[in-house]
Design a binder for this molecule. Structure first.
Ligand code: GLU
Length: 516
């Protein structure tokens, strides 16, 4: 709350993805924390597409990002798709407006034109490479040895510019002094400016780099708080400097750099998914250039409610033991100051636990609808009465962690089990059991009130007449109906299977076992 005290600005936050591929866990968590903060403070959540690096542009990535946000229920207030008063929301469409800011910096002496060709830059790296400095940078130690407006005469610079010579504009980072800011999660952060290179602000094609564009757009879009991944922390000194020189420190948004999400071996990478068998992206993503597929949480069978919940807890808690939060509850409880500064370890088993809990909380009608999509190949499902389907889903959901688990857990309701674990009952099978099940078929056959409690009562009274412990008969009955040692209460199953099917399955296996 401290960060809002005395602040008259409306809360406006942004998620600023580059459309370069699928959206991984960390990206969605950044969206989520932005969204929660905005909603908690009655602010706006903006999505800005940062597509200034055309060489990394991947067709389809932008639509994919919006589809992910929609699936998660994190709708922006302003974006390319949602409109708004601060557009365009795609940086490539804002191209003409950045040059003026870069020129302003040059006029102030805070940036300069650089005419070095790629070959000259390469030669510089070769020439100044040493054991102590394996990757020389374009910085205060070297800039005066390069071809730029600091070293060339003003006449030469004018001549080169009017001849249309390819050039970039670089920031002039001071060779001494510290620069810093207060991060909402990390507190005071400061950097030695002499270690920061003179980053390119405007490229030869006239496009801004990320550094210039992010500062200009955060200003023009009146962003009050900028939350982004920890990997951007090293860029912060350049951004603070740009804020100071272009718009003044007071106008700068509050920043928070979110901790990394860690996989089994350090930073969670998209390759970890295939390696360890868990999804890494929000939804399936196929890279159109390489054809590489990365699995998504959605397709793995996660509910969006669970996905959001588990992401919120990767790096944040409300200070209590509470772990299950709906989106509305998260909006109420969230605060950036409670986000941890150290990396959050992703635990797939825990992720499944969240999903299981949400499967149990989901209204059964909605759950039944979501599960249906898993069954495209089971044609019998389409003819199934929906009340019956809901009953099945309600019965087995306690045994499922993922939506995809429902297929195995309900298959025997639609078709005779493909595998029947006869070995589990054969050794103890005897003539008394054959006789018991023959009689059970007869009694079930004449039963008019086909429901679980009644079926259990008939079963138990027959067992007691025959002096067989019901426990010895339950497993055979289960194997007859389900095929294996799993599933919910066996009389509930018989209830749903119906009279004809139940009797048929009991009869079939009894006949097979007694023929042995
Ligand atoms: N375009 C950057 C990215 O792809 C945004 C970083 C920021 O939020 O400042 O992550």
């Amino acid at each position: 709350m401290g960060y809002l005290c005395g602040m008259s600005k409306k809360v406006r936050v942004r998620f600023a993805p580059s459309p370069t591929g699928g959206l991984h866990l960390g990206g969605v968590r950044t969206v989520l924390y932005n969204y929660l903060f905005a909603k908690k403070h009655g602010g706006d959540f903006i999505v800005r597409i940062e597509d200034t690096d055309q060489s990394r542009y991947v067709p389809g990535a932008e639509e994919y990002i919006f589809d992910c946000l929609r699936w998660c229920g994190l709708e922006p207030d302003e974006s390319v798709q949602h409109g708004g008063d601060f557009g365009p929301y795609r940086q490539s469409e804002r191209k003409p407006l950045y040059r003026d800011y870069a020129e302003k910096l040059i006029a102030q002496g805070d940036a300069y034109y650089a005419f070095d060709t790629p070959a000259e830059l390469e030669a510089m790296r070769e020439q100044y490479k040493s054991d102590q400095n394996p990757a020389p940078q374009y910085d205060h130690t070297l800039r005066l040895r390069m071809r730029n407006s600091l070293t060339l005469s003003p006449e030469e610079v004018d001549r080169l510019l009017s001849a249309g010579t390819p050039h970039v504009i670089r920031i002039l980072m001071p060779g001494t002094g510290m620069i810093g800011f207060t991060d909402m999660i990390r507190g005071e952060v400061s950097f030695d400016m002499s270690t920061v290179d003179d980053k390119v602000l405007l490229k030869a094609d006239g496009m801004p780099t990320y550094h210039l564009a992010v500062v200009v757009d955060d200003h023009l879009m009146q962003i009050s708080h900028a939350f982004r991944g920890e990997e951007w922390l090293p860029s912060a000194p350049v951004h603070v400097r740009l804020w100071e020189k272009l718009f003044g420190r007071a106008a700068m948004p509050e920043w928070a750099h979110l901790p990394l999400i860690l996989g089994p071996n350090g930073k969670l990478s998209k390759r970890d998914g295939a390696k360890y068998g868990f999804p890494v992206f929000a939804m399936n993503w196929t890279d159109p250039k390489t054809g590489e597929n990365v699995e998504g949480f959605r397709e793995r069978g996660f509910l969006p409610e669970a996905f959001i919940n588990l992401l919120a807890l990767l790096g944040w808690n409300d200070g209590t033991e509470k772990e299950l939060f709906s989106l509305e509850e998260l909006v109420q409880a969230f605060s950036m100051e409670r986000v941890h500064s150290s990396g959050a370890k992703f635990d797939y088993e825990k992720a499944k636990w969240f999903n299981h809990e949400w499967l149990l909380r989901e209204p059964v009608q909605r759950l039944a609808f979501s599960v249906r999509s898993q069954f495209e190949s089971l044609s019998s499902l389409s003819s199934l009465n929906s009340l019956k389907w809901e009953k099945i889903v309600a019965l087995v959901r306690d045994r499922c962690h993922l939506l995809t688990d429902f297929v195995e857990q309900t298959r025997y309701f639609f078709e005779y089990p493909q595998e029947v674990d006869r070995a589990a009952i054969e050794p103890k099978w005897n003539a008394e059991k054959t006789s018991f099940f023959h009689e059970l078929v007869t009694r079930y056959g004449s039963e008019t009130e086909w429901q679980a409690a009644k079926l259990e009562e008939l079963f138990k009274s027959l067992a007691s007449e025959r002096s067989i412990k019901p426990g010895e008969l339950m497993l055979p009955l289960r194997i007859m109906l389900v095929g294996g040692k799993f599933g919910p209460g066996v009389f509930d199953i018989a209830d749903i299977l119906g009279k004809e099917e139940t009797i048929q399955r009991i009869g079939l296996l009894t006949a097979q076992l007694s023929n042995n």
